[in-house]
Design a protein around this ligand. Sequence first.
Ligand code: ADP
Ligand code: MG
Length: 340
Amino acid sequence: MTNKIRILDDNTINKIAAGEVVERPSSIVKELIENSIDADSTSITIEIKEGGKSYIRVTDNGNGINPEDIQLAFLRHSTSKISNPEDLSRVLSLGFRGEALASISAVSMVELITKTEDNNIGKSVEIHGGVLKEELDVGAPKGTTIIVKNIFYNTPVRRKFLKSEGAESANIGDIINKLAMCNPNISFKYIKDGKNIIKTPGNGDIKSTIYSIYGKEYTKSLIKVSYVNDKFRIWGYISEPSLTRGNRSNELFFINKRYVSSLILSKAVEDAYSSLITINRFPIVFLYIDIDPEDVDVNVHPSKIEVRFENEMIVVDKIKSMIKKRLLGENLVPQVQLTK
Ligand code: ADP
Ligand code: MG
């Protein structure tokens, strides 16, 4: 006897898809913050407990969700951000697949409170394991709060594979830092187990944002760099060769305000420093690359960290020469004394 083929119901599909989007607490934090950024927020508060396993809260002061759209927001492939295939080539918002809220709410207990400018009263709803519990009128400021509790409570196997609280917290901290660095116009506040961890100024200034996240030592050693042509712009801060790290984790690249991890870009930077720092030490760089969105493909992987872009080799070349020139210009390189 052959087994019968059947089409899965939405709840099961969402639970499966959740595996891709919601790998761990930090991926939920990332999706929620990105939604807040896409909603034009200027202030975002992230609170977590126990590495995000028991509690994640993201509160923003953005546009909010219209009462009639609330249920839609939790459906798969429902998004307010794109409407046709052409939109894909010029997508500027961070999310656009319409998968995050559907996936998150399929594997956890979600509470949403939201209010738009045009509504006098806010709405609060609870969704447990993809099932909408209740919808209430509540007093709320403009913006959205999403609380995610008990991740993977209904998929015990996944829950078992979560890393330690410390490891999950470290990941969440890392994601918040990167998103804050991409969005200096937004004030980020991060509270972990009741303790205030960071608060960025949200004043648009990269240097004071770096200060609020990475502290004084980094900020003191930073050198400003910039390069521009008619195709792209590269700018940001790099460290003096005297301040290095034992790994690459402080080589940060942002393409069109999106954090990307790129070995090619890292190698370009390290090449430029190669004669100035010892082997197995790595510089600190915060480099921003602004390029025509049509020349970048962000549609590579659901986590959207990898991107492909046109002119990659030219960008690499320019990064190298820009940094080399700047480091030489700073007189940071031991100079050979020429005598007659
Ligand atoms: P996507 O971000 O890919 O559109 P999501 O599942 O993350 O998909 O969100 C679905 C929709 O819910 C979004 O398109 C947006 O309209 C709405 N939404 C989600 N979070 C927020 C928020 N913090 N503020 C305003 N709208 C939001
Ligand atoms: Mg989203």
